[in-house]
Design a protein around this ligand. Structure first.
Ligand code: ATP
Ligand code: MG
Length: 486
């Protein structure tokens, strides 16, 4: 039974539970207040009756002493008895003037008169008189040897107290009922924002979060509920916003990865097809045209080399992407000016149709870096300046020192990069003009690799471009303040 009640209680809504708790508490309060009120009322009325008895007896004692008879004020349904007390202390009942003054059974009166005689003082007692009900008895001495016993009915007091109890029970019960019913309604209304929030959470639970790019359309709204509920709602919405953002970031990363894999396989397929084609040609030439053989073999090698470069780039990017950012770098103290000088020499040798200017201070600019990787960055930028511009375009490379950083600026006077593409040229496999760039052997990884490498060094790479002035600026941080420029 108790277990069943407990289970039912657990299944109750919070509002109902609180209302019931409030009801139980009120019941205790009502009981205490009711008991106190009733006790006080009964005591008050009893005291009043005692006073009334004493006052009546004073008047009647006077009448007995003066006239020897029981006259004076009499009350309806009161009883009176006058006893003569003999010398041995036995009270003898006087004949009453009015027989209505005496109850049917006078034993209690006689015993009180005897007790009064023994005690020599007024006595009060509550007795149940047979056939008359509860009475308050009072005995006092009128004069030596005469004792007056009066009795007042307690019925009125009991009636009044009974009525008081009835009124209290009824009003308290009504108040309790109202409290539970309205309290429950009010609590439910107060708790409604919380249940709304719960249904929002349910809505989210039934939402398919695995769909990539799906945003959570749900938020807890409304204003009512007070500051606590408001706080909870704000926290709830902030949490949803956070989850939403994280999901979006994850979805985007996933999509980027997918695109990357698709692009990578696509890019690898091209040289692979060429390798296959040249292998077939080589086989054919070996049998039919031996003079063509070396040419096909050279092309086959070139394609394989291109594939190798592509794979190297991919591997490098993957390693830089992995958490171990510093792992692929072998940092050492090196001179940036010297490194740029070597790159410039190689460029001049390889690209004679692009005049190159080197601008650098007189002294070395030393900083901690992986020289091979930074050389790769500079080479990529210089190669782009040569590959994506017409022959004769002037190219310049400059080493400069900025506060806390060393800068390498590679500029060319070529046609530039359209504004829409500027933000995307650093994306993997992104080429402004796909077909033409690929003809030039580009896979669109050069700038992505450069950016990843510079970032791994803690630096950044920036691009400004307009027709006739395309500038890539590589900014490398210098750990201990300024790079040495002596
Ligand atoms: P890869 O470098 O992998 O051989 P790529 O040169 O095409 O191929 P990125 O170096 O990443 O790839 O360059 C991306 C694109 O940005 C190029 O395809 C080209 O369209 C454009 N670009 C880069 N540098 C310049 C430049 N100096 N002038 C004009 N366009 C440029
Ligand atoms: Mg390139």
């Amino acid at each position: 039974m108790i277990a069943r009640l407990r289970r039912a209680y657990r299944r109750m809504r919070l509002g109902t539970r609180l209302a019931l708790g409030l009801g139980a508490l009120s019941l205790v309060v009502f009981a205490v207040v009711g008991t106190a009120l009733t006790t006080y009322m009964r005591d008050y009325l009893s005291a009043q009756l005692d006073t009334q008895l004493a006052q009546a007896q004073i008047a009647q004692s006077k009448s007995i002493a003066d006239y020897g008879t029981l006259s004076g004020k009499k009350y309806y349904s009161w009883f009176y008895a006058v006893y003569d007390v003999s010398e041995d202390g036995t009270p003898v009942l006087r004949r009453p003037e009015d027989p209505v003054d005496l109850p049917k059974d006078v034993d209690d009166f006689t015993s009180l008169a005897r007790a009064q005689t023994a005690a020599h003082t007024e006595l009060l007692r509550t007795e149940h008189l047979r056939g008359a009900g509860s009475y308050r008895l009072r005995a006092c001495q009128v004069e030596p040897g005469v004792v007056l016993v009066s009795a007042a009915p307690l019925e009125d007091i009991e009636d009044t107290v009974g009525q008081l109890i009835t009124i209290q029970v009824v009003t308290f019960a009504l108040a309790l009922l109202a409290l539970v019913v309205f309290g429950r309604r009010m609590l439910r209304r107060g708790l409604k924002p919380l249940s709304d929030m719960a249904s929002t959470a349910h809505g989210i639970a039934s939402h398919d979060l695995t769909e990539s790019a799906a945003r959570l359309p749900l938020r807890a709204d409304g204003r009512d509920g007070g500051p606590e509920v408001d706080e909870l709602r704000t926290a709830f919405n902030t949490m949803l916003e956070h989850i939403d953002d994280s999901l979006a970031v994850r979805a985007e990363a996933e999509q980027r990865l997918r695109r990357f894999v698709a692009d990578a396989s696509h890019e690898l397929r091209t040289p692979l097809m060429s390798v296959r084609g040249y292998a077939d040609l080589f086989q054919y030439a070996a049998a039919n045209a031996p003079e063509e053989r070396d040419r096909h073999l050279a092309r086959l090698r070139a394609e394989a080399a291109r594939m190798g470069i592509l794979l190297d780039d991919l591997l490098l990017l993957a390693r830089l992407d992995a958490a171990e950012v510093d792992a692929p770098l072998r940092l050492q103290d090196a001179d940036l000016v010297e490194l740029v000088g070597q790159a410039a020499d190689a460029f001049r040798a390889g690209r004679p149709d692009h005049p190159l200017t080197v601008l650098a201070g007189p002294g070395p600019v030393r900083l901690a870096m992986d020289p091979l990787r930074i050389r790769q960055v500079v080479d990529n930028l210089l190669t782009n300046a040569a590959v994506h511009t017409p022959a004769g375009t002037k190219v310049s490379v400059e080493v400069a020192v900025a506060p806390g950083a060393a800068e390498v600026r590679v500029a060319d006077t070529g046609p530039g990069i359209p504004p829409d593409d500027r933000a995307r040229v650093f994306d993997r496999f992104y080429r402004v003009d796909k077909a033409r760039s690929r003809d030039r052997g580009g896979s669109g990884l050069g700038l992505a690799v450069a950016q990843s490498l510079v970032r791994a060094h803690g630096g950044r790479i920036e691009l400004t471009s307009e027709p006739g002035a395309t500038v890539f600026t590589v900014r490398l941080p210098v750990k201990d303040g300024r790079p040495t420029d002596r």
